[in-house]
Write a protein that binds this ligand. Structure first.
Ligand code: AMP
Ligand code: GLY
Length: 423
C-alpha cells in the first residue's frame, strides 16, 4: 500500500508541493488542508479544516491513517503544529515551534548570526524610539528598518533617506502600526547586490541544498512599487556563480544548522535563506522556516528525484538521494488581483487548467462557485514553464498568459529580466 499524505496550507506553494508528492509512484493519496479549489485538477483532495485547528487536523490524520504531514506556511509552524503532531505520535515534516523562531523573530535570527559569525548586514535591535532614531542619524541612508515579528512581508522599509527611516520608526515604535510585530525593530545596513533565495532540506546538522532561485518582490516592472509576497521567480540563476553558492552553503547555511543545535533548537524542515551577493560575498537578509512562494513553483521543477521519497527518508532517519537537473530553466509569473498588495477586488474569472508536461498553472487565491473558478485573494495563480534556456521559458509563459483572460488581474512583464539582460 502506498503513502497517504497531508499537506498544510492553501497557496501556490502548497499546490506545487502536493502535486509533486502525488506524482510519486509511492503515494496513494494527497490531502490538503485547506487547499484551494484549483488543486483538484491535479487529484489533490481538499480538507475543510483551518491550518490553526491542530486538534481537528490531528483527528483527521489519525482517522485517515495519514503516514506523514508536510507543513507549507510559517504560521502553523510558529503555532507549534510540529510539536503537537509529534506529541500524538504522528510524523510531520517541519521545524518545531522553537526552531521556527529563525523566521518568527528577526532579533533571534540576528543573534544566531552574531554568535556563529554568519555574514549579514550590520544591525542593531531597538524598542526605544529615540535610541533607534539616533542610530539611524549616526549611520545615514540608505538604511533598512524591519519589524521584529511576522508582518506578511510588509514590515520592511528600505529607506533611501533618514527622514523616511525615522517615519518608519515612528509608525512601528510610536504608533504601533504593526502591533506586537513592530514593538521591537531591527535597523540594518543596506546591502548592495543581487538578491537570491537558497533553500535546503535540513535535518539537524545535515544540509541538502536545492537549486537557487530569484524572486521578484516588488509589484511592478523594473522592481518598482510596493513589496509583495513575490510576483514571479526563476531557477537556476545563471548570473550567480557556483563558487558564491558554495560559499553561501559553507559560511551560512551549514553554520546556521549547527548553530541551531548549539542553541538547543535543532532544525528539521526546509530552511530558506534570502541572500544578497555583495562585493564582499553572500550575506543574509532573512531566514525562513519553510519553502518560499513563488520560489517553490520553479525550484521543484528542477528536481529529478522523487519528493515523497526524499521527505519519507528524512523522516525515517535514512539518507535521501537528491538529484537536480543539470540543464534547463524554470520560470513562473504570478497573476495577482489589480490593487494587490493593497486593496483589491475578488470574483474575477480564473481560467481553467491547461495540460502540458512542461508547463503548469498553480492556483492560490481562488474559490469555486457553480463549477467556475473565481479569484478570491491577492495572488491568484502562477503560470510556469520549463525550457532549455531561460529566454524560451520566459517566452512560453508570456505567450500562454497572452491567451488567457486576465480581466481584473495583472502580472509583471519582466520576470527573469536580470538574468536575461546579463547573458
Ligand atoms: P525581508 O522581508 O527581510 O525579505 O525584506 C523584504 C525585501 O527588502 C527583501 O526581499 C529585499 O529586497 C529588501 N531588503 C531587506 N533587507 C535588506 C538589506 N539589508 N539590504 C538591501 N535590501 C534589503
Ligand atoms: N518569496 C518570498 C517568501 O516566500 O518569503
Amino acid at each position: 500500500m502506498g503513502l497517504n499524505i497531508l499537506v498544510i496550507g492553501s497557496g501556490g506553494r502548497e499546490h506545487t508541493i502536493a502535486q509533486k508528492l502525488y506524482q510519486s509512484p509511492k503515494v496513494d493519496s494527497v490531502f490538503c488542508a485547506k487547499g484551494n479549489a484549483g488543486m483538484k485538477k491535479d487529484g489533490i483532495q481538499l480538507v475543510d479544516i483551518a491550518e490553526d485547528d491542530h486538534v481537528s487536523l490531528i483527528e483527521f490524520a489519525k482517522e485517515q491513517k495519514i503516514d506523514w504531514t508536510f507543513v507549507g506556511p510559517e504560521i502553523p509552524l510558529l503555532n507549534g503544529i510540529v510539536d503537537d503532531f509529534t506529541a500524538e505520535g504522528l510524523l510531520i515534516f517541519g521545524p518545531t515551534k522553537a526552531a521556527a523562531l529563525i523566521e518568527g523573530s528577526k532579533d533571534f535570527a540576528k543573534e544566531l548570526m552574531n554568535r556563529y559569525n554568519i555574514p549579514t548586514a550590520e544591525h542593531q535591535t531597538f524598542s526605544d524610539f529615540e535610541r533607534a532614531k539616533a542610530y539611524v542619524l549616526e549611520k545615514g541612508a540608505s538604511i533598512v528598518i524591519k519589524a521584529d515579528g511576522l508582518a506578511a512581508g510588509k514590515g520592511v522599509v528600505v529607506a533611501e533617506t533618514t527622514a523616511e527611516a525615522i517615519e518608519a520608526l515612528e509608525d512601528m515604535l510610536k504608533e504601533n502600526k504593526f502591533g506586537q510585530s513592530g514593538a521591537k525593530v531591527v535597523v540594518e545596513e543596506f546591502l548592495e547586490g543581487e538578491e537570491f533565495s537558497l533553500l535546503a532540506f535540513v535535518r539537524d546538522q545535515e544540509v541538502y541544498p536545492m537549486v537557487i532561485a530569484q524572486d521578484h518582490k516588488r509589484a511592478y516592472d523594473g522592481d518598482l512599487g510596493p513589496n509583495t509576497g513575490g510576483m514571479g521567480a526563476y531557477a537556476p540563476v545563471p548570473q550567480i556563480p557556483r563558487s558564491l553558492i558554495e560559499k553561501a552553503v559553507s559560511t551560512i547555511v551549514r553554520p546556521a544548522a549547527l548553530g541551531m543545535i548549539e542553541e538547543g533548537k535543532p532544525f528539521t524542515g526546509i530552511l530558506y535563506t534570502g541572500l544578497i551577493a555583495t562585493s564582499a560575498g553572500p550575506k543574509v537578509i532573512e531566514f525562513n522556516a519553510r519553502f518560499g512562494d513563488p520560489e517553490t513553483q520553479v525550484v521543484l521543477q528542477r528536481l529529478n528525484s522523487d519528493l515523497a521519497q526524499i521527505i519519507d527518508d528524512l523522516l525515517h532517519g535514512k539518507t535521501p538521494e537528491i538529484e537536480w537537473k543539470q540543464t534547463g530553466y524554470s520560470l513562473g509569473v504570478v497573476v495577482a488581483a489589480k490593487g494587490y498588495p493593497g486593496e483589491y477586488q475578488k470574483d474575477h474569472t480564473v481560467p481553467a487548467a491547461f495540460d502540458a508536461s512542461d508547463e503548469h498553472i498553480y492556483y492560490a487565491g481562488v474559490k469555486e462557485t457553480s463549477g467556475q473558478l473565481l479569484s478570491n485573494g491577492g495572488r491568484v495563480y502562477l503560470v510556469e514553464a520549463s525550457r532549455d534556456t531561460l529566454k524560451e521559458a520566459q517566452e512560453a509563459v508570456y505567450e500562454r498568459l497572452e491567451k488567457m483572460d486576465t480581466t481584473g488581474l495583472f502580472y509583471r512583464k519582466d520576470i527573469g529580466f536580470k538574468a536575461i539582460d546579463s547573458i
